[in-house]
Design a protein around this ligand. Sequence first.
Ligand code: DGL
Length: 280
Amino acid sequence: MDNRPIGVFDSGLGGLTAVRELMRLLPGEDIVYFGDTGRVPYGNRSRETLEKYARQDCRFLLGKNVKRIIAACGTVSSVAPHVLKALPVRATGVVELAAEAAARITRNKRIGVIGTQATIHSGSFERHIRDRLPDAAVFPQACPLFVPLVENGWIGRDDEVALLTARRYLMPLKAAGVDTLILGCTHFPLLAPLIGDVMGDGVALIDSGREAAESCERELRRDGALNQTKKAGELHFYISDRPQDFTKVASMFLGREITGEVHTLDIEQVDRPEAGTVRG
Ligand code: DGL
C-alpha cells in the first residue's frame, strides 16, 4: 500500500482528459495535477526548451511527494522521454502505451497518428509502432489548430469550423485507408466524436491519455501500491497562470465541475530552494 498521490502534468489543461480517466479507474487515489498554463502551448517549442520545462514540471511534482508521474502531454512524452526515465519515481508518457494499443488493434496495419507539430516531427509514435509491428504503414499528421479549437470549446459535431479543420487534416489519413488512429495529444479526445464522424465507423480511435491511465492502474495494482485508505481521492490542482474562463475550460476537460482550491505558482522558481512555493 502506498498512500502518496499520483502526479500528472501537461502543458495546460489537456492532460485533464487523462486525469478524468484516472479518477474513473482509481477513485480512491489522490492526484496532484500541474498544468503549465503560463507557458502553453508546448507543441511548437524547441527540444531544449521542452527538456527544461519537463524537468521543472517533474521537479515540482516530486516536491509534492508523488509515487508515480504521468506526463499527460504528447509533446513532452515525444521529445523528452529521457527526462522522464531519469526520475527517482516511475514516470510514464503517453506514446509507448498508445503505440502498443494501436499495434494490437490494427487489422490492416495502416495506422494514423495525429499530434502537435513537435510530436509529429519527433517521429516518436512511428518508432514505437514499428518496434512492435515492423511492417506497419504509419501516417503521421500534425494538427496544431485542434488545440485552440478545443480550448475555445469549438468541439461539437456540428461545429462548422471544427468540421472543416478536421476534414482538411484527416482526409489524407482517410484516403490512406488507416483502420486505427492515435490521438497523440491529450487535447484531442474532446474532438473524438467529430474525428470519428470524419474518419468513419471502421476506424478505431486510441486515446493516448486513457492508455496511460489504464497502465498506471495496472501497475499500481500489480505493485500493491494503491492507496487503501478507502476515502474518496482528492484532486490537488496547480497551474502557472490563471487564464480567462479557466474554470469553464478546465471543467470541460475534466468532464465535471472543478471543486476545491486551484493554486497558482511560478514554475520558473521551482529550481530555487523554496521550490513549489504557492503564490495564490
Ligand atoms: N496537451 C499537449 C500535448 O499533448 C498539446 C498542447 C500544447 O501544444 O501544449 O501535446
